[in-house]
Design a protein around this ligand. Structure first.
Ligand code: 13P
Length: 288
């Protein structure tokens, strides 16, 4: 099976983006891996500190390996928004394939120091590190009463020169850019600042770029961002909502108490969302 480094390189060379799908239960895991298998698409399966605390580090690693073997498609397991060195170390030592250190709320120098340490450890284990220096606003939830523009303060977006310094001093492999992307679903589709993405890529020609906040983002913007160099798009809220809403409908319509018997619909609905994203990101067939 290809490594995370090899798949990121393939995405960069062939201009597609890996969907990075959050997962905090076995149903979502099944939906993501089934979508990947159906479309022969490599995927990133990811979990934040909170999601992993629920699932378990070793459990996530074992499940990922079992499903990867079963479907025969590369599945990269990522720690999403690891909050500090210890969190990344825990994931690396448990067998994760990729870690994201979210230093977005740290002082720049502290973030540089911590990211440098994470890179050292991760590279000893042969896995890539994603770094973040601007706090990407929002949360993976339903904010559909809010206007996304209220959170899109351009003064807080990525400064390309600072991004160049951050990457040069830390040695991170993937940079999480803040170009108008927000976590969560809002009243309007989110739009991205393409000219800023172009400038970031010019400053970082040899660094892979990621896009957080993949839910509810204008599809044309996503496709154009991938053309400009985004190789990873994170998606969480749309999966959470698909799962919860469908489960709620099924529960309201059924007296069944053997819960495994009612999980088929929520799984299928999450799978449908994941397949749509995989097609949009141009990843279908890339594991063939
Ligand atoms: P969304 O919740 O907007 O899909 O963002 C997910 C994300 O970026 C996880 O890191």
């Amino acid at each position: 099976m290809k490594t995370a480094f090899e798949i990121l390189k393939q995405a960069n060379d062939e201009h597609f983006a890996l969907g990075a799908f959050n997962c905090a239960n076995i149903e979502t895991l099944k939906a993501i891996t089934q979508a990947a298998a159906n479309l022969k698409a490599p995927v990133i399966l990811e979990a934040s500190d909170g999601e992993i605390n629920y699932m378990g580090y070793e459990q996530m690693v074992s499940l990922k390996r079992i499903y990867e073997k079963q479907v025969g498609i590369p599945i990269i397991l990522n720690l999403d928004h690891g909050k500090d060195f210890d969190s990344c170390k825990r994931a690396i030592e448990a067998g994760f394939d990729y870690v994201h250190l979210d230093g977005g709320k740290m002082e720049f120098e502290d973030n540089v120091a911590m990211a440098t340490e994470v890179v050292k450890l991760a590279h000893e284990h042969g896995i890539p590190v994603e770094g973040e220096m601007d706090h990407i606003e929002g949360s993976s939830a339903d904010h559909t009463t809010e206007d996304p523009k209220n959170l899109q303060n351009e003064k807080l977006f990525t400064d390309p020169d600072r991004a160049e310094e951050f990457v040069r001093r830390t040695g991170i492999d993937v940079f999480a850019s803040f170009i108008g992307n927000l976590h969560g679903l809002y009243a309007d589709q989110k739009h991205l600042k393409m000219d800023l993405l172009t400038k970031i890529k010019e400053k970082l020609p040899n660094t892979w770029l990621s896009l957080h906040g993949g839910s509810g983002t204008d599809s044309n913007d996503v496709v154009n961002a991938i053309k400009l160099g985004i190789v990873k798009v994170n998606v969480n809220s749309e999966l959470r909502i698909a799962f919860k809403m469908t489960l709620q409908e099924v529960l309201n319509a059924s007296d069944e108490i053997a819960v495994y018997k009612i999980m088929d619909k929520p799984i299928k609905e999450v799978q449908r969302v994941v397949e749509g994203k995989i097609k949009l990101f141009g990843t279908a067939g890339k594991a063939a």
